[in-house]
Design a protein around this ligand. Structure first.
Ligand code: FES
Length: 198
C-alpha cells in the first residue's frame, strides 16, 4: 500500500502495513511544519483577526480554512489533510455550550478523537490532530494555541506522508468542497440544522 493511501485506508477498515514500522525521524531544528487550521467563522477566525489587531505574534506555519461551524468537519476532511502531507491539523471551534449550531463543536471533538485513534492504528502520531475551543474575544488564546501547537509539531517532525510539491492547504480545502468558506465571506443564513454535519 502506498504511504499516501494509509490514512484513508484506515477509514475503510483496511489493515495497515508499512506505517506500523515507520522509524522515528531525528528532530530537524530547521523544520518548519505546515499546519492546517479548520477555524469556525464565529470564534477562531474572529479571534485570529483580533490577535492581528492586538499585534500578537504567532507562527506563520498555520494556514486557516474558514468554516461556518466545526460541526461541518467530517473525519474524512481531517484525514485528507493528513494524507496530503499536512504536518499538523487542528479544529478551532466555539467554546462548549456556545456553538451557534448548538452541538457542532461537540461533534467536531468526537471526530477529532476518532481520527486520533485511526492515526494511531496506522502508526502516525495522534498528536498531529487536535481540537481547541475559544471565543471570538480570545485573541491571546488564539495566538497561544497556534504557538503551542506549532511547537508540538516541530518536536514530532515531518508527517511521514508529506510529499514534495503537494499544496496541503489547497488539498485540504478541495476535500472540503462547498463546506469551506471564502476568506472574506460571512456565513450564509444557515439554520441550526445546516450547521450540523450530523
Ligand atoms: Fe462555532 Fe459551531 S463551532 S458555530
Amino acid at each position: 500500500m502506498a504511504d499516501a493511501e494509509v490514512a484513508t485506508a484506515a477509514v475503510e477498515g483496511e489493515a495497515p502495513e508499512a506505517a506500523d514500522e515507520a522509524p522515528k525521524k531525528p528532530v530537524d531544528p530547521d523544520f518548519e511544519p505546515e499546519i492546517i487550521v479548520f477555524a469556525c467563522h464565529y470564534c477562531a477566525y474572529a479571534a485570529a483577526d483580533l490577535a492581528g489587531s492586538m499585534r500578537l505574534q504567532y507562527p506563520t506555519n498555520i494556514r486557516m480554512i474558514k468554516l461556518p461551524c466545526t460541526g461541518k468537519l467530517e473525519v474524512i476532511h481531517l484525514l485528507k489533510a493528513i494524507e496530503a502531507g499536512a504536518d499538523g491539523v487542528y479544529a478551532a471551534g466555539c467554546l462548549e455550550g456556545e456553538c451557534h449550531y448548538l452541538k457542532g463543536n461537540l461533534w467536531a471533538r468526537k471526530r477529532v478523537t476518532h481520527v486520533k485513534d485511526l492515526l494511531a492504528e496506522v502508526g502516525i502520531e495522534p498528536e498531529r490532530v487536535e481540537m481547541f475551543n475559544m471565543s471570538s474575544a480570545q485573541g491571546a488564546r488564539f495566538a497561544e494555541v497556534a504557538t503551542e501547537f506549532t511547537e508540538r509539531i516541530k518536536a514530532l517532525g515531518p508527517n511521514p506522508l508529506r510529499r514534495e510539491g503537494v499544496d496541503t492547504h489547497a488539498a485540504a480545502r478541495e476535500a472540503l468542497g462547498d463546506v469551506a468558506m471564502p476568506d472574506d465571506t460571512a456565513p450564509s443564513a444557515a439554520t441550526s440544522e445546516e450547521g450540523h454535519a450530523e
